[in-house]
Design a protein. Structure first.
Length: 157
């Protein structure tokens, strides 16, 4: 992770979580729906190996999706994905973006986030995942259609 606001760079997930909570406070609390932030890392994110193992168990059913590389064309501009981590439909799109190594900006819009209203104003409704591709002008909902679009547009033959 590289924080463009401070120039801090790190790679260890536990350190990244501690840094984000310490620097920005509400990171984990909004994600876990806590009302206040006292600067401590929530228990669910501070269990070290246990946290890693439980996150790994969640990948078993996906059989490694998002952990391999598929050759793709590099777009001139990053794609923009509106999503939230808990949605299985968003996860499918994120996995493909990672497999294709397509640069993208994630606009997280979890429950309670004011970004939901921003997406609603932008797209006329709230539905995620929502993909905007500035390289082609495409703006679309529906994970299956987004996956088909990404494969047709960016996967190399």
């Amino acid at each position: 992770m590289v924080d463009p606001n401070t120039g801090v760079a790190m790679y260890e997930s536990d350190d990244i979580i501690k840094y984000l909570v310490g620097k920005y406070g509400m990171f984990s609390y909004l994600f876990l729906n806590f009302d206040k932030c006292d600067g401590t890392v929530p228990l669910a994110l501070s269990l070290g190996l246990l946290t890693t193992l439980t996150a790994g168990f969640a990948m078993i059913g996906r059989m490694g999706k998002g952990s391999s590389y598929t050759p793709s064309k590099l777009p001139p501009e990053p794609l923009e994905l509106w999503a939230y981590e808990g949605s299985p439909f968003c996860k499918i799109v994120r996995e493909l973006l990672v497999e294709l190594e397509l640069p993208h900006t994630l606009r997280s819009c979890a429950r309670g986030s004011p970004k939901r209203q921003v997406l609603y104003q932008k797209a006329g409704s709230f539905q995620v995942p929502y993909l905007e591709d500035p390289n082609t002008g495409v703006k679309m909902f529906e994970s299956a259609e987004i996956v088909d679009y990404l494969k047709a547009t960016y996967v190399l033959p």
